[in-house]
Every structure is written in C-alpha cells, then in structure tokens.
Design a protein around this ligand. Sequence first.
Ligand code: 5AD
Ligand code: SF4
Length: 437
Amino acid sequence: MKKVYIETYGCQMNEYDSEIIRSILIANDYEFTQSESEADVVIFNTCSVRENAHEKMYGRLGEVKHVKAANKKVVVGLLGCMAQNLRGNLKTQEKLVDIFAGPDSYKHLPDMIQSVLETGQKTYNFSLSEYEDYSDVYPRRIPGINAWLAVMRGCDNFCTFCVVPYTRGRERSRSPQSVISEVEKLAEEGFKQVTLLGQNVNSYRFDNKDFADLMLMVSEVDGIERIRFTSPHPKDFPEKLLRGMAENPNICKHVHLPLQSGNNRILDLMGRNYTRKDYLRLVENIRKTIPEAALTTDIVVGFSSETEDEFEDSYQVMKDVQFDSAFIFKYSERKNTIAVRKYPDDVPPDKKTARIVRLNELQKNNSLLKNKEAIGKTYQVLVESTSKKKPDEWMGRTDSNKIVIFQKGQFKAGDLIQVKINKVSANTLFGTVIKNN
Ligand code: 5AD
Ligand code: SF4
C-alpha cells in the first residue's frame, strides 16, 4: 500500500476537504501516515485568500526539495485554492510539484497519482464544476468532538477583494436529505458537535428549503449536543434563522458576522451590499433576539483608497459593537479579482500596519472587558481536548465558542459540564468544574 502524507492550510472548508481527500484515497487503497519522510505521496491542501498564504507555501515547498532529494520517487501534490488560482504557474518551486488539482477535482486524484507513478509526467486538473458537492463521499474525519460538514460549496457574491469565487467556483447546495443522514451517522459515531460550513451559508437553497430550514432539521437529530455554522453574510441574515437560534438550545448562540469595513464608500467598493447602518441594525436585532449571543467578525484594513477617516469608521464600529473576537487582515491584492482590475492597491504597507495594530489593540481590550464579565459566572462547557500548555488540564468551549481551561478531574472529552469562571485573559477563560451534567 502506498502511503500518503497530507498538510492542510487555510480555512475550515479546507480541513473538511482534506477529510474528503482522505476518504477518496483510502477507498483507492492508499493509507495515511503522519510522517512526511516515509510517504510515497506528499499532499498540500492550500489557501489563496491572502498573499502570505502563498508565501508560506513557497517556503514549505522549499523544504520539500530535501524530501525529493532523498527520495526521487516521492509524488508531490499541490491541491486546493492556491493550485486553482495559479494554475500551475508557480515560482521556481514548480519543478517539485507533480500534481496540481483544484477543489473540484479530488475524485480524479487516484488516477492522477497513478499516472505520475507510471509516467513520471506532471498532471493538472483545474476544472471547476457547477455540480460537484462531494455528497457521495463520506469524509474520513479525525475522531474528536467536532465534525465539519460543508452544506454548500463555492461563492457567487464576488466581493471585489476576494479570490474565492475564482478558486472555488459557483455556488451549489447539498440536498437536506444528504446532510441529515450524514449528521445522523456522525451522532452514531460519537461526534457531539457539527459545524455546518459554506462560503455564505445564507445562500443555501435546495428545492424549497433555505439555510434556516436546514438548521432546524439538523437540530432535531438526536445525539448532537451543539450545532454551529459559518459564515453568514450580513446582507441576508434571515429573521427565521435568528428565531431558530433563539428557540433551539442545541444551536449555539454565536454569530460570526464579517464586517470587512465600517465605512459606506469602502463597503460599496468592496461590493458588500450593505451599509454601516444596515450592519449595526442587524447587530441590534441579534442582541435583542438573543441577548447572550457572542459576535465575532472579520475586518480588512487598507483596502484600495481607504483614507484615515474611512479607517476610523471601522475603528468606531468595532468600538461600538464590542465584538467578542475579531480576525483583522491587511488588504492583499489577489489575482483575477474585480479589485485587481478596477481598484489599485494604493494604501502604503506602513499605513496598513499602523491600522491593523490599532484595531488589534482595540480588540484585545474589548475581548478582555467582555471576558471579565464572565468572572464569577457558570457556563456549560463541552470538553474538547487536553490543554496545549498543561497536560493535567482540559480545554473546552462555552456555547458562545469561548475557550475554557480547567483541571481534568474524572471528566472525558465529549462531556458537558458546568464550569465557574474565576480568571480570564483576552483569549481564554479559566475556571473550576461545578458539576458534571
Ligand atoms: N485581503 C485581505 N483579507 C481578505 N479576506 C478575504 N480576501 C482578502 C484579501 N484579498 C479576509 C476577509 C474574509 C476572510 C476569510 O479573509 O475578511 O472574511
Ligand atoms: Fe479557504 Fe478561502 Fe483560503 Fe480557499 S482561499 S482555503 S476558501 S480561506
């Protein structure tokens, strides 16, 4: 049996795709190894969302040179978004890569590997499909607490900065039946949490079912304690989904709501289809309907022509909303996007850096203030895994997705317990177990 080693970069969708890839290759008599040096096939499932993802990959490919020098027969595959985006036009490291495959061509991988092994010739597959949803492939998940499940693939939003519509193609949704039967199987296998994934989950449509309908169907499956989803788009967050979240205890009270910018002119240039006021109104509605809901976001600083005053609008929205946490990025110009054609990347790098530093400082203070509100309160925590820092402590999460650290005691991963918080940092809550429930 040939051995495959895989490394995954980028988002949760890529984590899920790697599980699809694992499943397809295992069905074709490959086995997986944790050791790159003993592998016959080395696969990188890559990201393209910002240039630093590419840089990281080029660095990693530089290291692969040594693996290839030690074993000339090793087959190297570059898969996913970066492969699709560059279509094989890598810098010098191109020589090292035998297989280039985009996100819709994973079913061809066994044939592609076989062909490289037989002929030594490179193979490519960059065809994007309007139909491929991999619903006939049961992902080989790493056993654990959470299971990722993509309910839709691709994106039709075409935000001007974003490469995803070009790397992942057109939007397509999986049938509710296929989702529900997979969730039932996950419950049988012992997964406690399912996170439904999509580039914009609110675009989910299958016959007459929308995403809120799907969430409600999933919430009825026995055995799954927690259901999460990511990401919705602020332009079309439906009332029905909000009510469903409020009424169903197993749907987690956490909304990741990418803001991107707090300035109307920039939002318009980004093609986001909402204003700052629309966003703030939605936040107000979420908090009115679900007062305990956690809100997190993504923000891009230094998009084309963003002035200091326009950046201040993002700062102000962040200050007003008080997000529980935020991912803040410097704008990175991407090949093929609308922005690369229409809007120059003209904010100097030092200005982008100064802006990201300011937002990160603000967010750190916000997160700390928010977390301090938790001191003395008791939360239901789902036990996930051993804490990275101390082997005698568990890491778990609250319903709102906050990380909690506590002494292991007699508990095990997958238990739902009550933890009283006694100390916090900007990113973590620390507590004591009150009871096992
Ligand atoms: N530059 C910087 N950040 C980007 N994102 C998407 N495209 C870009 C880009 N070109 C960010 C957005 C998105 C998150 C996944 O990555 O904030 O929500
Ligand atoms: Fe995921 Fe986007 Fe990166 Fe592709 S480009 S791996 S969709 S974050």
